[in-house]
Design a protein around this ligand. Structure first.
Ligand code: SF4
Length: 73
């Protein structure tokens, strides 16, 4: 399995990645958005972590968020 994305990862930092979307205070944050409902998230439903197209070396938190979030179609 891929290792979890860390907050120390430079790209994670650049995109303000967090494992807790509920606490995000970022100007582009839309209420209710998180990795699980992002179009780039490829994780299975019900799993706490899953792959993200943007971070191919890692998994991200289903309840996480980053500023590249885009609504799942
Ligand atoms: Fe989460 Fe989407 Fe950002 Fe990937 S691109 S870390 S799924 S919000």
């Amino acid at each position: 399995a891929l290792p979890k994305l860390t907050l120390a990862n430079p790209q994670a930092k650049a995109l303000a990645y967090t494992e807790n979307a509920a606490a995000v205070k970022h100007p582009v944050f839309k209420a209710g958005s998180n990795c699980a409902n992002c179009t780039l998230y490829k994780g299975a439903k019900g799993q706490a972590y899953g792959p993200c197209t943007l971070f191919p070396q890692n998994t991200v938190a289903a309840k996480g968020w980053c500023s590249a979030w885009a609504k799942k179609a």
